[in-house]
Write a protein of this length. Structure first.
Ligand code: NBG
Length: 848
């Protein structure tokens, strides 16, 4: 943006918006001085990162405010994505890509004597999520903005995100994640938009002015929700949507009444307990039963968000009667499902709607996405805990349930079995509220996240609901954003692709199809191989520094990075490593390509078996990596603290992607997509989105093994006996016996017993049943890797055929089929026409 000074010959760029290298350099120095309070001589690298981040944020603000303005001016629908988790990853690099500013900024930074990559690497990522679910929310925010769809992301501003992982003596150690310690330049607090949230207490009935029966909630305590906003910019568009995360604070920063009574500590305690609400993200796979704080977090952010939507709605509408026309609210799993009861409460108690109209509005507003079938992950809250925290919501849920079950009775007059199956209240054992039932009943649309998973949702956990409302159910296969997961993380690959087919694929991933013919082009395959080699060298360098281990970039990089969980079967991978190790020990002349096994992932702090799997990986690595008879033929690496940043290093360098969950257990997976989009081949089961990936890339370019979902069910139903597999398979027996002998644990024969006993005893995830098929398939992988030319041909075909898995495609489907929402173009217009703040020119006319 340029404005003219008194001298019409001189064009001066505004320091806060200008895009030339000179202006960027000036802005950097300016921000270092005025925002960080430093000059180059005393500034730390982190100060320089902050100055650069503010420089980029300044260039986002115009778009962000234009986006607000545009949405206020038009009465288009807005989608509100409610998610307890956003695993965003660092902002700086991504914003440079989306603003198309990478090159000029790189130059400006270099000319200022700094290194752009070094500054990018300094950013502490906001780890406000556990894994796939939170990362999906982040990819969705990127796609929503890129597709110019009006959207607000709502969530929680955890002070401590997912813990940092260190590996000590092979064990996981958790360190608190202090991501806010050095400040967060990407957010702006909006205390003026704070809201109050009630908890506990009791309810009373009364008759209103018209003699109607009403309920009033007298809370036991109040907490204030303060919004912190972060712009989420789309790629090559002016749309910057808002991510609004709520922080809890004491309603009064000090309880003066108590203070005056001399109860100083009581007053402080209130403040502390209010602030605790958004202190920490709960790791998943953790028993959440009885964790009242978790339910309080969920209610807190959902109520803040709904109140915020209502405020926005009422600025342009006289009543809430058309709320559902203005907002489509998507529930990311059941974590925000309390929203159904909360919107009913707001409409009925606070805005005095009659029940039926309130229900129509609520039902038309919500959509619910299910992300897991694992019984232990399905949220249930005991009635007593629920009633203590949210007494009014419990009454509302009873009323919703009553009315719903009345309909069920009419449909199935003879059958009380259905009532118990469908009820929101689970009467078996300690009575509890089933959040998935509340979400399903309160939403007009319910979806799973991959084709198989959506079918299983209909056949298993929500079967009885599907019978009543088949039209409510659909599938929306997950996707990932190519901006972060290709352009940003793999510039070498992206450049190679763009040289061949132009760069339209970045916004229209189906264009990757144009690469297909090049798979048959020997010259292109050569280029591909040398590109891959240098990407692998980068990771090898990282491993050398981090793990003090030399790995050969020509070896097959066999990678499994994801949360550690028994159903994901990292231990099946380890069994194969040991099997290969034994093979090589027994026959040193064996011709197999050298492999580097790379693992990464966090285990929930209280999930003992998952932590033992980490220990096993490291213990096997310790032996294998130092066995001179093995040399460079096998290496095992555990990368600590797997997060978005590390993912960006790892996916590009993989040759083989391990997607080996027990069939039927992984709802979708999204890592599987990132690998394949970066040219790794997959070894996988017919689970989650693997099935669709295989369909797209072709069965001949995918390494398939293992039981199918129906075979898994059948095997278990027939009385599965893992011990028999152990007894009857000499290779498997040798592997298990070696672990049990203490070979990997300095002679300690008890260390890995719990894990081995579980495998031989009941093996709920059928490792024993899938072992042989997995090893056979891995042998095919080894064979295929020996033909490098053909391997690269398959890799190119993988990339060329992965267009379906862009989150842009996923979001288009949600927008059309669930949200009925259209894009709105944001025009970049100058809010400060003379290049200075309007307020100044209005008040003193200094810039006429
Ligand atoms: C996870 C599934 C993954 C899926 C992501 C995103 C939860 C509850 N579910 O398979 O395990 O890819 O959600 O949909 O975290």
């Amino acid at each position: 943006m340029a404005f003219t000074t008194n001298n019409p010959l001189i064009q001066v760029e505004d320091d806060r918006t200008g895009l030339s290298v000179e202006t960027l350099k000036r802005a950097l120095a300016d921000n270092l001085f005025y925002l960080q309070g430093k000059f180059p001589g005393i500034a730390t690298k982190h100060d320089c990162y902050m100055a650069l981040a503010y420089t980029i944020r300044d260039r986002l603000l115009q778009r962000w405010l234009n986006t607000f303005q545009t949405y206020m001016a038009c009465d288009n629908r807005v989608v509100c994505y409610l998610s307890a988790e956003y695993l965003l990853g660092p902002h700086l690099g991504n914003n440079l890509i989306n603003l198309e500013l990478y090159e000029p900024v790189k130059q400006a930074v270099e000319e200022s004597g700094l290194d752009l990559q070094e500054l990018i690497d300094l950013e502490e990522e906001p780890g406000l999520g556990n894994g796939g679910l939170g990362r999906l929310a982040a990819c969705f925010m990127d796609s929503l903005a890129t597709l110019e769809i009006p959207a607000i992301g709502y969530g929680i501003r955890y002070e401590f995100g997912i813990f940092d992982q260190e590996i000590k003596d092979g064990w996981q150690v958790e360190i608190t994640d202090k991501w806010l310690q050095l400040g967060n330049p990407w957010e702006i607090a909006r205390p003026e938009a704070s809201v109050l949230i009630k908890f506990g207490g009791h309810t009373e009935t009364y008759a209103d002015d018209h003699g109607n029966y009403r309920v009033r909630w007298i809370p036991g305590s109040l907490v204030k929700g303060v919004p912190y906003d972060t712009p989420i910019l789309g790629y090559k568009v002016s749309t910057a949507n808002n991510l609004r995360l709520w922080k809890s604070e004491a309603a009064e920063s000090f309880d003066f009444r108590r203070f005056n009574l001399g109860d100083y500590y009581g007053a402080v305690e209130d403040k502390v307990s209010s602030e605790n609400l958004t202190k920490v993200l709960y790791p998943n796979d953790e028993q959440i039963k009885g964790k009242k704080l978790r339910l309080a977090q969920q209610y807190f952010f959902v109520s803040c968000s709904l109140q915020d939507m209502i405020r926005i709605h009422l600025t342009g509408n006289p009543t809430l009667d058309n709320f559902h026309e203005h907002f489509a609210v998507q529930l990311n799993d059941t974590h925000p499902a309390i929203g159904v009861a909360e919107l009913m409460r707001l409409l009925v108690d606070e805005y005095r709607f009659d029940w039926d109209r309130a229900w129509q509005i609520t039902h038309a507003t919500f959509g619910y996405t299910n992300h897991t079938l694992l019984p232990e992950a399905l949220e249930k809250w005991s009635l007593s805990l629920f009633g203590d925290l949210l007494p009014r919501h419990l009454e509302i849920i009873y009323e919703i349930n009553q009315r719903f079950l009345d309909q069920v009775r009419i449909k199935y007059p003879q059958d009380s079995g259905h009532l118990a199956q469908l009820s929101i209240i689970d009467e078996a054992g300690e009575k509890s509220v089933r959040m998935a039932h509340l979400a399903t009943i309160g939403s007009h649309a319910v979806n799973g996240v991959a084709a198989l998973h959506s079918e299983l949702v209909k056949e298993t956990i929500l079967k009885d609901f599907y019978e009543i409302w088949p039209e409510k159910f659909s599938n929306k296969t997950n996707g990932v954003t190519p901006r972060r997961w290709m352009v940003l993380s793999n510039p070498r690959l992206s450049q190679l692709i763009s040289e061949q087919i132009g760069d339209t694929w970045i916004k229209d991933l189906d264009q990757l199809h144009q690469l297909e013919p090049y798979a048959a082009d020997a010259e292109f395959r050569q280029k591909w191989q040398s590109m891959k080699r240098s990407v692998k060298q980068d990771l090898a360098n990282y491993i050398q520094v981090q793990n003090e281990l030399l790995v050969d970039p020509n070896s097959l990089f066999d990678v499994q990075v994801k949360r550690i969980h028994e159903y994901k079967r990292q231990h099946l991978n380890v069994l194969h490593v040991i099997h290969l190790y034994l093979q090589l020990k027994n026959d040193p002349t064996l011709e197999i390509p050298p492999r580097t096994f790379i693992f990464g992932g966090k285990a929930a702090p209280s999930y003992y078996i998952a932590k033992l799997i980490i220990k096993l990986i490291n213990a096997v690595g310790d032996v294998v990596n130092h066995d001179p008879a093995i040399g460079d033929r096998l290496k095992v690496v555990f990368l600590d603290d797997y997060n978005v940043k590390l993912g960006q290093r790892v996916y590009p360098a993989a040759d083989l992607s391990e997607q080996i969950s027990t069939a039927g257990k992984e709802a979708s997976g999204t890592g599987n997509m990132k690998f394949s989009l970066n040219g790794a081949l997959t070894i996988g089961t017919l689970d989650g989105a693997n099935i669709e990936i295989r369909e797209e890339v072709g069965a001949e370019n995918f390494f398939l093994f293992g039981l199918t979902t129906p075979e898994v069910e059948q095997t278990l139903a027939q009385g599965y006996r893992p011990w028999d597999y152990y007894q009857n398979n000499a290779d498997l027996k040798a592997v298990i016996d070696l672990i049990n002998s203490g070979f990997f644990s300095h002679g300690d024969t008890t260390l890995f017993r719990p894990l081995m006993d579980s495998l031989l005893g009941h093996d709920p995830y059928l490792l024993m049943a899938d072992f042989q098929s997995y090893c056979d398939c891995q042998a095919q992988v080894s064979k295929a890797y020996q033909d490098q030319d053909n391997w690269s041909r398959m890799a190119i075909l993988n990339v060329a055929r992965m267009g379906k898995f862009s989150s842009d495609r996923t979001i288009r489907e949600y927008a059309k089929e669930i949200w009925s929402i259209n894009p709105v173009q944001v025009e970049l217009e100058d809010l400060c026409p003379d290049g200075r703040c309007l307020l100044i020119s209005h008040t003193n006319g200094a810039h006429s």
